[in-house]
Design a protein around this ligand. Structure first.
Ligand SMILES: [Fe+2]
Ligand SMILES: [Fe+2]
Length: 396
């Protein structure tokens, strides 16, 4: 199974980018090696399986058909399996492919991707992990009975036959472990998605008074993700930032309407109160167990710091400002300039770029690396902005 096909299956299973990356991590070679070591699957086992390779390859479709025929006859599974004949045929083919690939005896990354894909396919089919284990226990017996037949056909001695059965049992246990682990990872991802949805709702409530819509936070978080990607940060960091950056202004819930919604310039006192949204936001989020909320707390506190130390609330300088704060800052400033606000008109993209480049300048307001990453990703940022603004929400 090639990488593109595997990714399609992961998407079909409704996984987020986070879920896809945790499943890819599952494939790290050390994990495969660890399982092989625990089960004690060795070169000898591969040699044992090689003795019956052609016979088992020829039996793959027969085994798969017999397997699903039996499952479809079991009360409790019958309805599920017969409800979607197309999917049932797909499962049969996938399973036959699995057996054929097992007897190619080349257990590389793609091989294990196939196992995960089979596990996920059963998962979306609604088969619980405990049923899955029971089913695969039956499957092990079925495959072993074909192994016995093939050993007989090839004239293997009783000792070699027992060794071969033992080898296939080990291999199937390792493979089932991978398939089952994909269930676990998918559950983690499902919880993750629920968590992210709650964050978005939380943030939308906070932004509602200020921006009229949640579109500003959607844009800022997507811009921040693009900048992080241009900076070479890994996918997990990018995904976390996507969900944490929207919390940058959550502290505005603590700012009175007469200041927050004031059309003109702030007085000195009003500005001091407005500035307190950074610490309020930090206090709201800082004690959470969630990594995303913790990152949100850091961003809330640091997104108005300037790279040269002239920002607020702490006047941090350079790399004293957490990276997520430095990234969110440029994303937030760009979006604030390019859109209409209660206190200012919308600037065009060209005007905004000019302000960011000439008036604010990197090293003064922005981290020069984030500044460069922002410009590298600018085409994508403009594209994302168009997509979000064209989505039929009221304007920000
Ligand atoms: Fe802010
Ligand atoms: Fe903002």
């Amino acid at each position: 199974m090639d990488d593109i096909k595997f990714r399609e299956i992961l998407k079909d299973c409704g996984l987020s980018a986070n879920g896809i990356s945790i499943l890819n991590n599952l494939l790290l070679e050390s994990h495969i090696e660890l399982l092989n070591n625990i089960i004690n699957f060795s070169r000898d086992d591969i040699d044992n399986l090689a003795k019956i390779k052609p016979c088992m390859e020829n039996s793959a479709n027969e085994i798969s058909d017999a397997f699903y025929l039996r499952l479809a006859g079991i009360e409790g599974l019958r309805g599920k399996l017969n409800a979607d004949t197309k999917l049932l045929e797909q499962l049969k083919l996938t399973n036959a492919d699995y057996l054929k690939s097992l007897f190619e005896l080349n257990y590389d990354e793609n091989y294990y991707k196939n196992r995960i894909a089979v596990g996920l396919a059963h998962n979306i089919f609604g088969i619980s992990p405990s049923i899955y284990i029971a089913i695969y226990s039956y499957y092990n017996n079925l495959v072993s009975s074909f192994i016995l037949k093939c050993c007989q056909k090839n004239g293997l001695s009783l000792v070699d036959t027992l060794k071969t059965v033992n080898s296939i049992q080990k291999k199937l246990t390792i493979d089932t472990t991978f398939a089952i682990e994909s269930y676990y990872k998918k559950s983690i991802d499902d919880f993750y998605k629920i968590e992210q949805a709650s964050f978005s709702q939380l943030v939308t409530i906070a932004e509602y008074r200020d921006e009229d819509t949640g579109r500003h936070i959607l844009r800022v978080s997507n811009f921040a993700k693009i900048i992080a990607s241009e900076l070479g940060m890994d996918k997990i960091y990018q995904e976390q930032l996507l969900h944490a950056a929207p919390m940058h202004d959550i502290g505005k819930v603590g700012i009175p309407d007469k200041i927050l919604l004031k059309p003109g310039r702030f007085t000195k006192e009003e500005f001091e109160i407005m500035k307190s949204h950074c610490e309020i936001g930090h206090n709201i989020l800082k004690n959470s167990e969630s990594q995303t909320l913790k990152q949100g707390a850091i961003i809330a506190l640091s997104h108005h710091e300037n790279f040269n130390g002239t920002g607020y609330p702490k006047g941090l300088k350079g790399e004293e400002i957490p990276l997520e704060g430095r990234i969110t800052k440029i994303a937030d400033v760009f979006d604030a300039l390019v859109n209409k606000r209660i206190y200012k008109p919308a600037f065009t993209i060209d005007e905004t770029i000019k302000i960011i480049r000439d008036e604010m300048k990197p090293k003064e307001a922005f981290d020069p690396d984030c500044f460069n990453a922002f410009f590298k990703g600018l085409d994508e940022i403009i594209e994302v902005k168009k997509n979000i603004d064209g989505n039929g929400h009221p304007d920000a």
